[in-house]
Design a protein around this ligand. Structure first.
Ligand code: GDP
Length: 341
């Protein structure tokens, strides 16, 4: 079957409620979008199959948004900033979706991002769609759903997508791997840059924003200079973009236009060279491989012979009686005794 035939068949297979869901999403209805995201977040097998059909049908309508990742420690001002930015963009005619990857929700079931009471004015605007982080599963699982939610938002006509995360653990790298531009929101405290350098976050930042510049504008400029120095020490990821630093006050809504100008400059610098599109292609292929890895991992762990042998062999490896390699190859052989590993 040709690819396009397969695509057509999949479209025809959509059941009536899912067809209505797809139409609702394409018409930009926030309710339909919310329902479609709930479907992709569901862990039920039949829901997952339906979700993949819905996503497959919507895929040609995705990809038209600019995708921004925004990260910062709790209190850095993420929600104040996103609210200010969102209102600014909506006033310019954009439609904005905000999704969250919250590492705390996968560990504790609670949420550092505490989405419900945040971004109150933005929540009330028709042109905004705000979705809290899915609470179940591992960070990988949460992020996978966020990627898919992002595609749904694009199909619904949201042309700016913000994926927000907290500066904790793996979540920043995960988010950087799904967006066009990764923005680090910092407090104007000298020394914080060293923290970020230690954690290797600077390498993935395309733009650094020093927030709360209204409190002490001079201190903010000092921190800005420190950041510029730190960024210059690194080899830029692209020959056409050196990460820059802007100071803003999210609270007073100052510097939001300068921030957005940097975002557009970034896109305009990387689009003619093909880097912008290349990055997305790479991210899509990486995502496929992540899903393959996690699928294989699950398949391996669920395999009856592996399940039987794993606890004993783990003990043997821990106590030094069997080498890790012998145990790993032995376990893998259970999947297919004929194959070489
Ligand atoms: P988040 O945890 O990163 O989402 O941070 P919030 O947006 O909730 O902000 C934390 C606190 O900092 C709140 O009390 C905000 O009002 C305050 N805040 C945020 N941005 C600014 C700013 O630009 N200037 C000042 N002075 N306070 C700010």
């Amino acid at each position: 079957m040709q690819m396009s035939d397969a695509f057509q068949a999949r479209q025809q297979e959509l059941a009536a409620p899912d067809r209505a869901l797809v139409d609702g999403v394409l018409a930009g209805q926030r309710r339909a979008l919310a329902k479609a995201i709930t479907l992709i977040e569901s862990t039920r097998l039949d829901h997952q199959e339906r979700a993949q059909q819905v996503l497959g049908t919507l895929l040609p309508s995705t990809g038209r948004a600019i995708r921004l990742g925004i990260s910062g420690v709790p209190g850095a001002g993420k929600s104040t900033f996103i609210e200010a930015l969102g209102n600014y963009l909506i006033d310019q005619g954009h439609r904005l979706a905000v999704l969250a990857v919250d590492p705390s929700s996968s560990v504790t079931g609670g949420s550092i991002l505490g989405d419900k009471t945040r971004m109150e004015t933005l929540c009330q605007r028709e042109e905004a769609f705000i979705r809290p982080s899915p609470s179940a599963g591992s960070l990988g699982g949460v992020a996978e759903k966020t990627r898919e939610a992002m595609l749904l938002c694009e199909a619904a006509g949201f042309d700016v997508i913000i994926v927000e995360t907290v500066g904790v653990g793996q979540s920043e790298t995960t988010v950087a791997g799904m967006v066009d531009m990764f923005v680090l929101l910092q407090l104007p405290n000298a020394g914080d840059d060293l923290q970020a350098i230690k954690k290797g976050i600077v390498e993935i930042a395309d733009l650094v924003v020093i927030n709360k510049a209204d409190i002490d504008p001079r201190a903010a400029q000092v921190v800005r200079a420190q950041w510029n120095n730190a960024l210059h020490m690194l080899r830029p990821a692209s020959p056409n973009w050196s990460p820059s630093v802007v100071t803003i006050s999210a609270l007073k809504q100052e510097g939001i236009d300068a921030f957005w100008a940097q975002v557009l400059k970034y896109r305009d610098a990387l689009t003619p060279t093909g880097e912008f599109a290349d990055k997305r292609r790479r991210q899509a292929v990486d995502w496929m491989w992540q899903l393959i890895h996690s699928g294989l991992n699950q398949y391996f762990r669920r395999h009856p012979a592996v399940k039987d042998a794993l606890p004993g062999l783990t003990q043997e490896v821990a106590s030094g009686r069997v080498t890790p390699a012998a145990a790993a190859y032995g376990l893998l052989k259970h999947l297919n005794p004929e194959s070489d590993f």
